[in-house]
Structure formats: structure tokens, C-alpha cells
Design a protein around this ligand. Structure first.
Ligand code: TYD
Length: 200
């Protein structure tokens, strides 16, 4: 089973992913926790460029760097783990490219679907959880120290948030939205029930 966690920066999904992994392990499941970008040797270097490069980056170049990281990640980490019967919990995946480069940067959405599909060689998450939170709350969680992507501004993050909600509308059986402005315990309890239903 392949589960992805998605949402704008500061939505709290990384904390929830760790809690979900602990929960699944306590149920005797074998879990692999991973993230994009930066979960392979090559990906670590791509991540440094994507988040730290201080020159101008065209939106199309940015898109292809995220996709290169993903192709390597799918081939070297995700597919082998799934083939070994493990549950893969992935912090960001294809929907991040749709939300950030598509809705956020304004690149063509159909083309992103096509490129995502080639990049993953047709692999799709069985379940995706979108952590939805208002821009003020997520900005406060990110704090003053911002990387290249986090510095994109309020208009950008509003589009990213709306993008995720559109993705969920388009694919309601795969994508579940949770209200991530609530307490860690409340959100975790939603996540365990969503994952539990999906596993059954
Ligand atoms: P990261 O520090 O991992 O953010 P977070 O902890 O919020 O997941 O940085 C990843 C950044 O890259 C984040 O701003 C989202 C962005 N991103 C894209 O724009 N497109 C993508 O395809 C992916 C995977 C990430």
C-alpha cells in the first residue's frame, strides 16, 4: 500500500506522518517512511538546488528537477519497498507538483498529469491525505527562516491550497482532506481512521 501525505508548507503533515508510522508499526505492519525531494543520494543534491539555489530558476526547470528526484525515488526506493510487501508512507509526491508547479506557478495542468505519469512509470498512490490549513496558520508554523520555495509569497500559497482542494474534488476516492488547523491528537485520530478504512 502506497500512501502519500500532501499539503502546503507548515500544514503539519511531517509530524502526522511520523505518528501514523508509529501507529502502523504498533499494529505489526512493516512501514517505510520517505519523502520528496531528497530521499536518494541523487535526490539529496537535487533538494539542495531546489530549496537553496539563490539564482533565478524557471518554473519549467523547477518542475523537471522535482520530476528527476521523483523518478529516482520511485525506481530506487518506493517500488522496491512495495514489491517487498511494505506500506510506504511518502511525505509529498505527484500532487505536490500539480499543486505547486501547476496551480502555484501556473504551468499547464494536463501536461503535469502526463509528466507525473511518465515519471512514476504509472505508479499511483492508493491513498493521499491532504492537510488543509489556512495561510496564516501555516505561515506561523513555518516561521521566519524560509527556504527558496517557502519564500514564494501569500498569493502563491493561496493558489497551492486551492489546488490541493481541486485535486481532492477531482479524485475523491483516492484523496481525503483533513482539517489540519486542529490539535495534533485530533488530526492523528482522523488519520488513523482514514488509513484503517483504506487498509480494510
Ligand atoms: P520540504 O522542506 O520537504 O517541505 P515540507 O516539510 O513542507 O514538505 O520542502 C519541499 C518543498 O518543495 C516544499 O515547499 C514543496 C516543494 N515541492 C514542489 O514545489 N513540487 C514538488 O513536486 C515537490 C515534491 C515539492
Amino acid at each position: 500500500m502506497f500512501i502519500t501525505f500532501e499539503g502546503a508548507d507548515g500544514c503539519g503533515k511531517t509530524t502526522q506522518l511520523k505518528l501514523a508510522a508509529q501507529y502502523l508499526e504498533s499494529q505489526g505492519k512493516q512501514v517505510v517512511v520517505t519523502r520528496e525531494p531528497g530521499s536518494t543520494g541523487l535526490g539529496v543534491q537535487l533538494r539542495e538546488i531546489l530549496l537553496g539555489y539563490d539564482g533565478e530558476v524557471s518554473s519549467r526547470a523547477e518542475q523537471f528537477l522535482f520530476l528527476a528526484d521523483r523518478a529516482q525515488h520511485v525506481d530506487m526506493v518506493i517500488k522496491p519497498a512495495l514489491a517487498a510487501g511494505k506500506i510506504v508512507l511518502c511525505d509529498r509526491h505527484t500532487d505536490s507538483t500539480t499543486a505547486y508547479q501547476g496551480y502555484g506557478r501556473g504551468l499547464n495542468l494536463e501536461r503535469i498529469d502526463y509528466l507525473n505519469n511518465i515519471t512514476t512509470d504509472g505508479l499511483k498512490p492508493d491513498l493521499t491525505i491532504v492537510f488543509d490549513v489556512d495561510i496564516e496558520t501555516s505561515a506561523a508554523r513555518v516561521g521566519a527562516q524560509k527556504d527558496r520555495m517557502e519564500s514564494a509569497g501569500t498569493g502563491f500559497f493561496n493558489r497551492v491550497r486551492q489546488g490541493y482542494l481541486e485535486i481532492a474534488k477531482r479524485e475523491p476516492s483516492r484523496v481525503k482532506v483533513v482539517d489540519a488547523a486542529r490539535s495534533i491528537e485530533q488530526v492523528h485520530s482522523d488519520i488513523t481512521s482514514i488509513i484503517g478504512k483504506s487498509l480494510n
